[in-house]
Ligand binder design. Structure first.
Ligand code: PLP
Length: 402
């Protein structure tokens, strides 16, 4: 017998499992709306043209070697990441009270942020996450010893934000709690607070001395506008909060497998920033020694070259524009069919995902009768829709809700 004979068998990951079932399906018109990665209108992964260009230049650069990066990562990449999320005119940057670590994409940023707080923040505080949230948030915090609790977020009655419930839960949370906030394009619902709602959220967080933990996995990908998608984070910084923000370059650069990300801290002063930085380096050293180079080099080249940067913003518009078009096309088809229910949320929600309001029983029929794959909570990835399957999907939805 093995030493590990008695350990429980863990269930497979829901999303990855869904993709495996989809792949095994031989039906010609099958549709995968589970996957959280951008697809072009032909249903194929899209390598951003600007990424191809930057990557080619890197491959051709004979001066580059394969030495280790520094423990905290590529310095110009970290600096550019800070400017990207906070805005280059941010007072926090001018006052040198910011520090960043290059991480293993957004997941690694969440992990390193959680690990740091588990060591250096107040002991025994809970982490509040939206109900629902990205499936990996709770495991990431639980893995470093945090208790996680839910705050109200999604209102199934109007497929929008339950702002009253949200504010009430943050008010009822013990002082100094850690509050995880999706900076933009909330996953899985696609529902974001308005500016006024963000202000009300900031008021409660301030009055209860909570710590804002921003997760920003979709900057530029959500609206096509990098500044607009960073608005909430910048607003909190302007108000003087100490906070951290996790950045992922998976979606906005299409660099999913390269694992390029960044964890940025905004502190009260430069001294605190230096202290935090030193401890991040110590934690990172024991975890991964130093982060991977290739993806960070691509991002670095684009962020620090004005021409490539301009091209990148166009590529972002291509992705967010196609997703917006699919939202509109789906909405129009459902209205045409006079499908029972209201469907405005499909066009009001933002980013990769939409919470359709479909029930698990309806999702089951979509899967079994139509070979359309999505998670049981009714979340669809808009990127899985295209001009060639949106009608098929709308017809199927129209059938299952009647
Ligand atoms: N945070 C949220 C809310 C996400 O949706 C994702 C990806 O789906 C991530 C973080 C991190 O992804 P990655 O580790 O691929 O950057």
């Amino acid at each position: 017998n093995s030493l590990f004979q008695e350990i429980p068998l863990a269930p497979p990951d829901v999303i990855f499992n869904l993709t495996a079932t989809y792949k095994a399906d031989t039906f010609a018109q099958k549709v995968n709306l589970g996957v959280g990665a951008y697809r072009d209108d032909g249903g194929k992964p899209w390598v951003l043209p600007v990424v191809k260009k930057a990557e080619q230049a890197i491959v051709n650069d004979l001066s580059l070697d394969h030495e280790y990066l520094p423990i905290l990562g590529l310095a110009p990449f970290r600096e550019a990441s800070i400017r990207l999320i906070l805005g280059s005119d941010s007072s926090a940057i001018k006052e040198a009270r910011v520090t960043a670590a290059q991480t293993i994409s957004g997941t690694g940023a969440n992990h390193l942020g959680a690990l740091f707080l588990s060591r250096f923040y107040l002991k025994g505080v809970p982490v509040y996450v939206s109900n629902p949230t990205w499936a990996n948030h709770k495991p990431i915090f639980n893995n470093v010893g945090f208790e996680t609790r839910d705050y109200a977020y999604f209102n199934p009655k109007n497929n929008g934000l339950d702002i009253d419930g949200l504010l009430a839960d943050l008010k009822a949370a013990p002082e100094n709690s850690i509050i995880l906030l999706h900076a933009c394009a909330h996953n899985p619902t696609g529902v974001d607070p308005t500016k006024d709602q963000w202000k009300a959220i900031a008021d409660v967080i301030e009055s209860k001395k909570h710590f804002p933990f921003f997760d920003c996995a979709y900057q530029g990908f959500a609206s096509g506008d990098l500044d607009r998608d960073a608005w909430a984070v910048r607003y909190f910084v302007e108000r003087g909060f100490e906070l951290l923000v996790c950045q992922s370059y998976a979606k906005n650069f299409g660099l999913y497998g390269q694992r390029a990300g960044c964890l940025t801290f905004v502190l009260k002063n430069a001294d605190a920033a230096a202290r935090v930085s030193s401890q991040l380096a110590k934690l990172q050293r024991a975890e991964i020694s130093n982060p991977p180079a290739h993806g960070a080099r691509i991002v670095n080249k684009v962020l620090n070259d004005p021409d490539l940067y301009a091209e990148w913003t166009e590529n972002l518009k291509t992705m967010s524009g196609r997703i917006g078009n699919m939202r509109k096309a789906l909405y129009d088809k459902l209205i045409q069919h006079k499908t029972p229910g209201t469907w405005e949320h499909i066009i009001n929600q933002i980013g990769m995902f939409s919470f359709t309001g479909l029930k698990a029983s309806q999702v089951k029929v979509l899967k079994e009768k139509y070979h359309i794959y999505l998670t049981d909570n009714g979340r669809i990835s808009m990127a899985g829709l295209s001009t060639s399957n949106v009608e098929y999907f709308a017809d199927a939805v129209n059938y299952v809700v009647r």
